[in-house]
Design a protein around this ligand. Sequence first.
Ligand code: ZN
Length: 109
Amino acid sequence: MEIPIYKTYCGKCKKEVEAFVRERIFENNTHHLEARCPSCHKFFKYLPHPVDPAVDPLDNLILYFGKYKGQRVVDIAKKDREYLTWVYESATSLKEGVRDKIDEILARG
Ligand SMILES: [Zn+2]
């Protein structure tokens, strides 16, 4: 994924800087580009995320709990389908939309 260049004025460093941009994935599986000052690390803003149409968003779904925390659900489905099925069947408190997506991934076979 391409990281955009974001130039802004840092009030702390009192100069124009090219922000340090990195991708962050939040617990609700949304991806954000976080822009910070490269020298003082002051947080500027979250930039709109460029969507890569070639990547199925399902493939980017990250499990945010359990033994495979931080891993992609599609990868977990490949190596431990039993666990993923268990998550789907027993975890009733999954965040909105996550359960449906797991179901979709499991349905792919
Ligand atoms: Zn700064």
